[in-house]
Design a protein around this ligand. Sequence first.
Ligand code: PRP
Ligand code: URA
Length: 208
Amino acid sequence: MTNVHVSVHPLVQTKVAILRDEKTKPKIFRELVGEITQFLMYEATADLPTSPVTVQTPMAAYHGQTLAARIGLIPILRAGLGMVDPILDMIPTAQIWHLGLYRDHETLQPVSYYNKLPADPTVDVCLVLDPMLATGGSASAAVSVLKRWGVQHIKFVGLIAAPEGVALMQREHPDVPLHLAAVDERLNDIGYIIPGLGDAGDRQFGTR
Ligand code: PRP
Ligand code: URA
């Protein structure tokens, strides 16, 4: 699979196993979403451009590099919200543009209910955030919105994917790299990832 990056890091795998456990309560679940997101971000941001910077240490001038790209975080509501603060800890200058999409339970098609993108893009790179890539419909719709908005450099950061969602993204947006912690076996007949972790929004926000 080109453009699909699935972490094999032992710490990520350990945290993903705890995340999936039905006994894991929302507080720990939220912490794990954040920690795994930060591991994935380390790889997802490895090719971002830098520009020269000079600072004065107490001893001498230091010529180094600083992040040159303006980063936009696009959390897909609700579940993507839990990935925002952990990334802001890493990239405090990132801008946040919210997109609200939910899956219609019957059709599994994404339904848009909120869009807080400004008139014109003010970022260079967009990171679409959603813990779950199931059919891929929500992620694909979010990426299409961003492309129409005018951003061409887009990455998707998610935790758990189904092969069906990966295939849809590769078909509809082959230019968008996927950064994932796991690709599972399949979707069940109501569109949930097997083995997955259940409903990521409910498990983060205690609404099950
Ligand atoms: C979940 C998840 C994704 C979507 C994935 O959200 O957070 O946004 O489903 O499914 P897909 O790949 O088949 O589109 P959901 O629609 O349950 O909304 P919620 O976050 O408000 O619970
Ligand atoms: N959304 C979730 O939260 N979980 C799934 O398994 C599929 C879609």
